[in-house]
Design a protein around this ligand. Structure first.
Ligand code: NAP
Length: 297
């Protein structure tokens, strides 16, 4: 592996090991194993793969998991009732609603139905709000995992110019909040770019740290960045590849070869951010089991 490539698999492995030890200690004190309830709707192959990876990680760290699957014809009311039952179940610590959802189901409506104390994805408005005002919260797993990568690779953010491309509720927006606000691995001057940003290059070229989360292959090329930038490529895109058995390969949002030459550090796709997202989900589930974010009275 080239020296400037961030090894997300390795760092995620270290984090999972830490969670595993913490779970052992927690259970050793007489508590039950933490439990994650996943909700999977429809037959999207990528969603199935992601839920499969999360279930596997749960097993590895000693977290129990169950996946409830529903047809993509399920109504909003039926799904809300299911979520309410999971909220009420004291044996469930964390609830994961796998996105994207079929068109008739609006993520925000359903995310708000999840008890914020079980929102281990960190998407509930209560948790996003607490993030925005600097209170303890379930932090969205992907951006929180990126900050862990910064910690491991000693990437200093304070006073740097961080540019985030893509402003979704689950990645870009919470990333920008964390980078701009948090004391530990934050305090960067932060620019958030989105679909309506004019002249994207004018912003990306200034970045000391560039996080790209759009879902558009080769959106960022070598000409759009400056020498020495740290690049976090969050995008996961399937592009056809005749050489691969599956007929496709996964790529990020950056034109890897051209940006890699200039970057001081860069995450590969796959093997960069993805494993960190899963590891942070494990960490959040343990926090939920311990009532660490929302202590019981
Ligand atoms: P999303 O909800 O589709 O959001 C994409 C964001 O990019 C939106 O804010 C969109 O703006 C913006 N955008 C679209 N075209 C743009 C452009 N040309 N320039 C700048 N911004 C643009 O996607 P997401 O859930 O954030 O995910 C983004 C990518 O990351 C996807 O490829 C996804 O698969 C991947 N992902 C990876 C992980 C991981 O663990 N590695 C986790 C989550 C997501 P509008 O809202 O105005 O359309």
């Amino acid at each position: 592996m080239a020296t400037n490539i961030i090894d997300g698999k390795k760092v995620a492995g270290i984090l999972r090991q830490q969670v595993r030890e913490d779970v052992q200690e927690w259970v050793g004190r007489g508590n039950r194993h933490p439990k994650l309830q996943a909700i999977l709707i429809g037959n999207d192959p990528a969603s199935r793969t992601y839920v499969g990876a999360k279930t596997k990680a749960c097993k590895e760290v000693g977290i129990e998991s169950e996946t409830a699957t529903y047809p993509d014809t399920i109504s909003v009311r039926e799904l809300k009732d299911e979520i309410i039952n999971f909220n009420r179940d004291d044996d469930i610590d964390g609830i994961l609603l796998q996105l994207p959802l079929p068109g008739h189901l609006h993520p925000s409506q359903l995310i708000e139905t999840i008890d914020h104390r079980k929102d281990v994805d960190g998407f509930h408005p209560m948790n996003v709000g607490r993030l925005a005002v600097g209170q303890p919260t379930f932090r969205s797993c992907t951006p929180a995992g990126i900050l862990e990568l910064f910690r491991y690779y000693s990437v200093m953010t304070k006073g740097k110019h961080a540019v985030v491309v893509g402003a979704s509720n689950i990645v870009g927006s919470p990333m920008a909040i964390m980078l701009s606000r948090e004391n530990d691995n934050g305090k960067a001057t932060t620019t958030l770019c989105h679909k309506y940003t004019r002249n994207l290059t004018q912003h990306t070229i200034q970045a000391d740290i560039l996080v790209v989360a759009v879902g558009s292959p080769k959106l960022i090329t070598g000409q759009m960045i400056k020498e020495g930038v740290v690049i976090i490529d969050v995008g996961i895109n399937r592009v056809s590849d005749a050489d691969s058995e599956k007929g496709y390969k996964l790529v990020g949002d950056c034109d890897f070869d051209s940006v890699c030459e200039k970057a001081s550090l860069i995450t590969p796709v796959p093997g960069g951010v993805g494993p960190m997202t899963v590891a942070m989900l494990m960490k959040n589930t343990l926090l939920a089991a311990k009532n660490s974010i929302y202590p019981k009275d």
